[in-house]
Structure formats: structure tokens, C-alpha cells
Design a protein around this ligand. Structure first.
Ligand code: TRP
Ligand code: ZN
Length: 488
């Protein structure tokens, strides 16, 4: 609307002309008299061009959800079933004079939408929910969008074939968001570059639990005793893909680490026996990771363990990593390491995934080295020689593409991002020695705590921290180069 050219009658009296101009100005200007343009439908991510949206920066999500697992036996396929109802209040700051803007939301029915309390029209195309506020939001203004929505949230399939979004489980449901699954269960700016704080309130039938990120601030009986409402609070910035809710029956264990950090662990009772020993290591792993990576960035930790078939992978959901079935120690070390590398320091785009997975994988190698297992050098050598995996296809897969440049969205979780990413870190360690390496590893998380960083930020940081050292061959052959580097 604000883009349309003012229509001036062909034969206009001065009065009509003035009136037309005045109306046009009111229609497309905010308090500052600014003309707005629509925010872009996507933030030009090289792998997920429609993910996220331009023109604003979210500071806070307040999500109020009510979930009733479908027990009717029709598995939620009917259009009229509404297992999930939600209200999302999204506080954001306009980064341009904004006449319209998009939120990402896939599926679900939008029932109403307001901007700063006033009804606003919206349209939907694919994952884009386009909002037209009544007047242009001037650059710098903080505004609130409230979306009421309901329906059966979708399970989405990633380009790599894995499932994300909303995953029904035997006794409830599970929300996992990497890379673009959060849009299945709440509207927002679904891109890692826009981090925000969260309050997530979930009402579930009495007898079920709802676990999420951060700290549980209240748990109360609601709905005349028929429901329980849990409110979780995330006070440190979190990327949308790291937000989670897990609804079901869980054995809950609340402890603290030696430093007094709360540990909240939720385990599906069927996984309890198999999980007990490994999850008891969380405090010890946290201490080891703090010693190696620097102060833990968040105010609680823990884990969520569901059943093996509930998801196809573990995920570093912020403060409370998710595991499909009892994890092994290496996987627990990996997901907890992501709290520093990925969750606190988050990639600017999905191209920078290796900064997450390379570090989390290298954390596994370091853990092994420090606990009487293979040294990182041994792991590196085995991968280079090709006898780390017992088949050639897996061994060769490491060299399929350079870690800093996955071939496509379908490959951002492939071997080169994980193992070859870790090999890049090991090459840096070989170049600078252990003392400087740990300075880099800790300094990097301190320099970008709660923020975003990309590969260029990382290479510049390493060079700054090791003056006089030459990394050009590592960057050229190991980080950006095609194929297997000629020398280890
Ligand atoms: N990040 C997860 C891990 O800890 C793996 C993962 C799950 C993933 N879903 C993904 C990676 C989607 C890339 C894209 O290793
Ligand atoms: Zn990982």
C-alpha cells in the first residue's frame, strides 16, 4: 500500500490536491513522518534464502502454548483438531522505516494478529506471514506483534532428509528446530542471526510435564485442576533453532554443580536405567568444559532424554540438550560443548556450521585425550589415513567438500562440517601449541559471547591471537580447499 504512487485527480482543485497529499502522507508515514518500505522476506542466507526476515530485530519472544496430545486415535489428521494453541508476543526493534514485515510460520492457522495492540491485516505465502501495521514503524522503534494461532503443528523434513519442527512422541511431543524448524511451532524471525530472550509458558493435561530452555520459573495447576502450566525463562539471547519444548512423562532430577549451577534433567522413564550413569557425568563434564572453554555462558544446564525413535539426532537445545535415547559420553560432551560453540557464539549464517560442529567434535577428541583415550593427534591421523571408519565410503566422505563451504543445504550436517572442521582446529593447535591454542579457544567464546560470528571473524581472530604465525596453508587447503589436502 505505501508503495503505491499517490493518485492525483486529473483535474484537481488546490483543495482536493492538498487533501489527497495529506491523506497519502498519513497513510505511509509514522510519527517521524518517515516513509517506510517492506522488510525483506529472508535475510539472504546462502543455504536458506527465505529463513529469517529483514527490517527488524527481535529482542524477546513471549510464547504461551497449550498442548493436548491427540489421543483420539485419528493421529491429528483432521482439520478441526487443534492440539496446539499459541499466543506469540514478539518484541522487536525496527531497523528501517517499516511499512510491512514478514514473520516465518509454517502451517498452523493464524486466528488474529495485532501490532502494538491494533489489529493488523496479514497474508500468508509458504513460510512467510506478511504483516501490515496500521502505520509505518519508524526505524529504531520497538514494537510488539501478537499472533494468536492454532492447529496441528507440522513435522518438517530438512533438505538432508532428517525431521525437525514438531515431532509427536508416544506420550507427548517434542519441538526441535535446526535449521528451520521453529517456524513449525511459533512465528518469528527464524534465522540464527537474530537472537532474543524467551518466556515459554506451556499448559498440558494434568500428569504430563513440559520441559523447555532456561529456568523453570513457575509450575502451577490450572484449568480447574485439569491442566498444569509450566513457565520457562531464557534470559540470555537464544537463536530460534535452539528453542525447544518437550512434553510427556519424564523423571525429573534437579541438582547443582560444585559451582552452584542448577542442573535440570528430564528423562523418559523407559530410558532412565540406561541414562543414569552417563547423565551423572554432567557436572564433571561441565567442569572440564569450563576449565577448557572458559566460563559457562548460561544460568542452568541439564538434558532432555526421550525415546530412541522420537528424533533422528541429538540437538544442542540451549541449556538443555536433547537426546533420542540414552546418550554415550562423547555425545553428551559434544552437545554440552555446543553451549559455548553454537549457542553462545552462534553462526551468522548456515554456511558457518563448521564453527559449531568442528568445535563440538573437537571437544569429543579433547575429552578422549584427557580421559585416557586416543589423543586428538591419533584421531586426526586415523581420519587422515582413512582407518577411523571401517568403511571407505565414510572415510572418503570427510573430503567431499571444504568445511567452510558445504555444497548445499542438504549437506550442512555432513562429515566435512564435523570431522574436517575439527581437523582445522587441530591444525591450528599444531601451529600455535597448546597454551596459545587454549587461549584462542577461550578467547573466541569470550569475544563473541551471546553474539554471532562467521568464518572470516574466526580466521581473523586466530591470526590476531598468534602474530607471526602463518595460517595461509591451513585456510587454503583445510578450511576452504576442495579435496583431501596433500599433506596431513
Ligand atoms: N547439531 C546437531 C549435533 O549436535 C545435529 C543436527 C541435528 C543438525 N539437526 C541438524 C545439523 C540439522 C545440521 C542441520 O550435531
Ligand atoms: Zn553438533
Amino acid at each position: 500500500m505505501s508503495r503505491s504512487v499517490p493518485r492525483v485527480p486529473a483535474v484537481a482543485t488546490p483543495f482536493l490536491l492538498a487533501l489527497t497529499l495529506a491523506l497519502t502522507l498519513t497513510a505511509c508515514s509514522g510519527p517521524g513522518g518517515a516513509h517506510g518500505t517492506p522488510g525483506s522476506a529472508g535475510v539472504a542466507d546462502p543455504y536458506f534464502p527465505k529463513a529469517g526476515n529483514g527490517g527488524y530485530d527481535v529482542t524477546h519472544y513471549a510464547l504461551t502454548l497449550a498442548y493436548t496430545p491427540d489421543t483420539s486415535g485419528t493421529s491429528g489428521t483432521s482439520d478441526t483438531s487443534t492440539p496446539l494453541t499459541g499466543t506469540a508476543t514478539i518484541t522487536a526493534r525496527a531497523t528501517q522505516n517499516l511499512s510491512a514485515y514478514d514473520l516465518d510460520l509454517k502451517g498452523m492457522k493464524v486466528n488474529s494478529l495485532t501490532v502494538d495492540g491494533k489489529n493488523a491485516p496479514w497474508t500468508r505465502t509458504g513460510q512467510e506471514l506478511k504483516v501490515r501495521p496500521a502505520s509505518t514503524l519508524p526505524k529504531g522503534k520497538t514494537f510488539r506483534t501478537t499472533v494468536r494461532y492454532s492447529g496441528t503443528p507440522e513435522t518438517l523434513t530438512d533438505p538432508d532428509g532428517s525431521e525437525e519442527g514438531w515431532l509427536p512422541t508416544a506420550d507427548g511431543a517434542l519441538a526441535l528446530g535446526e535449521p528451520t524448524g521453529s517456524m513449525a511451532w511459533f512465528p518469528g524471525n527464524d534465522h540464527p542471526s537474530d537472537k532474543a530472550t524467551y518466556d515459554i509458558t506451556i499448559t498440558v493435561p494434568k500428569g504430563l510435564q513440559a520441559v523447555s530452555n532456561g529456568e523453570l520459573s513457575t509450575e502451577r495447576t490450572t484449568g480447574a485442576g485439569r491442566t498444569t502450566t509450566y513457565t520457562w525463562r531464557t534470559t540470555r539471547p537464544m537463536a530460534t533453532y535452539l528453542a525447544t519444548v518437550a512434553i510427556g512423562h519424564y523423571d525429573i532430577t534437579r541438582t547443582t554443580t560444585k559451582n552452584g549451577l542448577p542442573v535440570y534433567v528430564a528423562v523418559d522413564p523407559r530410558e532412565a536405567a540406561a541414562s543414569r550413569e552417563v547423565l551423572a557425568k554432567i557436572p564433571e563434564i561441565m567442569e572440564w568444559e569450563e576449565y577448557n572453554f572458559g566460563p559457562y555462558p548460561f544460568s542452568s544446564t541439564g538434558a532432555i532424554v526421550d525415546r530412541r525413535g522420537d528424533a533422528g539426532y541429538a540437538l544442542e537445545t540451549q541449556t538443555r540438550p536433547f537426546f533420542p535415547g540414552a546418550p554415550d559420553t562423547a555425545t553428551l560432551v559434544h552437545e554440552l560443548a555446543h553451549q559455548w560453540y553454537g549457542d553462545s557464539v552462534t553462526p551468522k549464517t548456515w554456511r558457518d556450521m563448521w564453527l559449531n560442529e568442528g568445535f563440538a567434535t573437537y571437544a569429543e577428541w579433547l575429552w578422549s585425550e584427557d580421559h585416557d583415550g586416543d589423543t586428538a593427534q591419533q584421531t586426526f591421523d586415523a581420519l587422515y589415513k582413512g582407518d577411523y571408519y571401517d568403511n571407505k565410503a565414510d572415510s572418503d566422505a570427510i573430503w567431499a567438500f571444504p568445511p567452510a563451504n558445504p555444497t548445499s543445504a542438504a549437506h550442512i550436517s555432513d562429515r566435512p562440517v564435523y570431522e574436517r572442521g575439527a581437523m582445522v582446529l587441530h591444525k591450528i593447535r599444531q601451529t600455535v601449541g597448546d597454551a596459545r591454542f587454549y587461549d584462542i579457544v577461550q578467547g573466541w567464546t569470550a569475544a563473541h559471547r551471546y553474539g554471532n560470528a562467521d568464518t572470516a571473524d574466526f580466521t581473523a581472530y586466530v591470526e590476531k591471537m598468534a602474530p607471526g604465525k602463518d595460517f595461509s596453508v591451513i585456510w587454503k587447503n583445510w578450511l576452504y580447499g576442495d579435496g583431501k589436502p596433500a599433506r596431513p
